[in-house]
Design a protein around this ligand. Structure first.
Ligand code: ATP
Ligand code: MG
Length: 444
């Protein structure tokens, strides 16, 4: 990045010098960084993406690498995926690639499929507000007016996401001063922040996501209207919010993301019931301590390349609302098992209004929650059967996670760890010892 910024400063200095001599110099065009002054090499772009870029330009269309991939390459990070912007319409893209499918209604896109990769190809868009494409609140419901590259960059969300790479000239092109913001570690919306949040409130969550992922700060004007505009997220379909939830919490920065969401009063818009528990003093463990442990452990797993489970994370985030509801139903006179069932239904159906948690996940979340009391009680010979159950592992891991945040569970978690790794005879012995211990305890 340093080289790039020095190049820009030098260029601006030269321009200023010559601007004094000749008033006709045009400073409004993009900054174009030649190969010698930036770090992006074509080899860092996936072979499939290069193929897409070359084929589009050979067919006479403009085509650039855009978005997160240019940003990440300039920062020396490995891009998560490669996005392409082109002057070809989605139908024209489809004609060029047999392995292509057009998707999206609000935002029509071409997906070019390769064996292990999908390249997203978007046609240059113009951000033209018109009645048909906007709701009464200024929300963009359709964004399919095609435009020029200049129009396309300014309808993108943040300056650091609007950088282009031209594979034919090996240049980086910057229309929005994104390079300076990249250098200063700033997330800055392009255009008027309130208008841009109104057009698409998900940009609020994206701002937080990029701040957490890149360790950047939100520029003042971008941060200022967040609290006021956050409520607009209620207009976003639950399915889109569920997608965004996945991006927010499974990229390896869940702990920082959680702190930022709290800081900007956004967490409650995704998880209203959990937010309500954050201040509940009747729960014996501070909920935010538990959630921090949960998010940190998710990040550690992502770092170690271990699999992470959406079901597991949702079970953790919604655990306290579930406990709260359970107490509520028990206080209302329901037997423990019934209260648990009712609590589970209440929490999941309420949350599904906000995040479209797929139905099949509800059963798995219920299993994890139900398993906790069985694991804690260790009744009779039940542990022998439990350990053989295909879903045992998720409940067991959940108990260990709870024990990390709750000292009262340390002994139970240790018992299960030993039991899990023990041979059959040792397991029998552990059960016998535990029963004796329980009897002794109940006598005292
Ligand atoms: P990631 O590393 O998460 O993939 P990304 O910046 O590539 O980050 P994508 O969601 O893949 O994010 O989007 C690709 C690009 O499309 C963005 O960089 C941005 O330029 C543009 N974009 C995506 N979502 C929006 C939006 N809601 N409003 C405006 N522009 C957007
Ligand atoms: Mg991307």
């Amino acid at each position: 990045m340093r080289g790039v910024i020095q190049y820009i400063k030098q260029r601006l200095k030269n321009n200023n010098k010559s601007a004094n001599a000749s008033a006709s110099l045009d400073l409004s065009g993009p900054v174009v960084i030649p190969r010698s002054s930036h770090c992006i090499s074509r080899k860092q772009i996936s072979a499939n993406c290069r193929k897409v870029l070359y084929r589009l330009s050979k067919a006479g269309y403009e085509a650039y690498l855009v978005g997160g991939s240019v940003r990440d390459l300039l920062l020396g990070h490995e891009p998560k995926d490669f996005d392409v912007a082109t002057s070809a319409t989605p139908e024209e893209v489809r004609k060029l690639f047999r392995n292509c499918r057009l998707i999206g209604k609000r935002f029509r896109l071409a997906h070019v499929y390769f064996r292990h990769e999908v390249i997203e190809v978007a046609t240059f868009r113009a951000n033209v507000p018109c009645k048909q494409s906007m709701s009464q609140d200024g929300l963009v419901i359709r964004d399919n007016v095609y435009g020029s590259i200049e129009e396309d960059v300014i309808r993108r969300d943040f300056t650091i996401n609007a950088l282009l790479y031209d594979i034919n000239r090996f240049t980086v092109i910057d229309y929005t001063e994104g390079l300076e913001d990249l250098d200063h570690g700033l997330i800055r919306l392009i255009g008027d922040p309130v208008t841009r949040y109104r057009e698409d409130p998900v940009r609020i969550l994206r701002a937080v996501r990029f701040a957490a992922k890149l360790g950047f700060h939100l520029e003042e004007a971008t941060a200022a209207p967040i609290r006021e505009c956050a409520i607009l997220l209620e207009q976003i379909p639950a399915a889109r919010l569920f997608e965004e939830f996945n991006k927010l919490f499974f990229a390896g920065y869940a702990a920082v993301t959680f702190s930022l969401l709290l800081q900007y009063n956004l967490f409650g818009l995704l998880f209203p019931a959990t937010q309500a528990c954050l201040g509940d003093t009747t729960l014996h463990l501070p909920v935010d301590t538990f959630l921090q442990t949960v998010f940190q452990s998710t990040d550690d797993r992502v770092d170690d390349g271990k699999p992470v489970s959406v079901v597991f994370l949702l079970a953790a985030i919604l655990w306290h609302p579930y406990l709260q509801q359970q107490y509520h139903f028990q206080a209302g006179g329901f037997r423990s098992m019934v209260a648990k069932d009712k609590a589970c239904d209440a929490v999941l159906s309420q949350e599904t209004h906000t995040l479209a948690i797929p139905r099949k996940m509800h059963h798995h979340i219920r299993d994890i929650w139900n398993s906790q009391s069985f694991l804690e009680e260790r009744r009779g010979k039940r542990p022998l059967r439990m350990v053989r159950h295909p879903r045992f592992r998720a409940g067991y891991d959940f108990l260990l996670l709870r024990a990390e945040a709750d000292p009262n569970l340390k002994e139970t978690a240790q018992w299960w760890k030993t039991f899990y790794h023990a041979k059959h005879e040792q397991r029998i012995q552990m059960i016998t010892d535990f029963q004796k211990h329980k009897r002794r305890k109940s006598k005292n």
